[in-house]
Design a protein around this ligand. Structure first.
Ligand code: VGL
Ligand code: ZN
Length: 203
């Protein structure tokens, strides 16, 4: 009988890094650009962190009048209500998200005229990770079909192996099916999509 093909994660090592994308108040219920159930990723991500020696946090961090802000916000591709204003309360991490004191925090979308969905748009993250001998990235956070997807795609282009932990992500399903489409695109591009319970140490 044919065995169902299973994803091989193997051992977790110091060559793995966790990238936590934009788990900020504005992307959680009650926030300016709320992702449905966005806050549900928080306990999953807090548990996952125990598996990693390297954890990088990104935050969306826009100046007033950022190019992505729209007067008539449509919640579609590139036209958003004002969100994640640098230094504002809404731009803060979710209060229950564990962010270790010395964690790397990368702010993105800080230039007024340029959108930046991928964490790799900030500085030389790829180079830094390579210097740390990181080979494989586990990506989690918000929103699946924007900053998470672009980070996964950019990471693959930089030559990393990519794992998306599906229950540690939530997306904006507008139009309906957009999140599924994003998952398919990431998978086709070469990312593994796994649930956190499939990771080596049960978390
Ligand atoms: C994001 C829309 C606008 C994200 C950021 O973090 O996915 N989405 N800015
Ligand atoms: Zn933004």
């Amino acid at each position: 009988m044919a065995k169902k093909k299973s994803v091989e994660i193997g051992e977790m090592t110091a060559r793995d890094a966790l990238i936590v994308v934009d788990v900020q108040k504005d992307f959680c219920p009650g926030g300016a650009l709320a992702v449905p159930d966005g806050d549900e990723v928080v306990p999953v991500i807090n548990r996952l962190q125990e598996l990693f020696t390297t954890v990088v946090f990104s935050r969306d961090w826009h100046p007033p009048g950022h190019v992505s802000f729209s007067e008539q916000p449509k919640f579609v591709d590139g036209s958003w209500p004002k969100h994640c204003l640098a230094g504002s309360d809404g731009a803060g991490f979710h209060p229950q998200l564990q962010v270790p004191l010395h964690a790397t925090v990368l702010s993105k979308g800080t230039e007024k005229d340029r959108e930046a969905y991928s964490v790799f748009d900030v500085g030389d993250l790829a180079q830094t990770l390579r210097h740390q001998q990181v080979e494989r990235l586990f990506v989690v956070g918000l929103a699946t079909n924007y900053c998470v997807k672009e980070t996964v795609q950019a990471g693959l282009k930089e030559g990393f192996q990519l794992v998306l932990v599906s229950d540690a992500c939530r997306g904006l399903d507008i139009p309906k099916g957009a999140v599924k489409k994003a998952l398919d695109e990431m998978s086709k591009a070469g990312a593994l999509i796994v649930e956190s319970k499939k990771l080596p140490r049960s978390v």
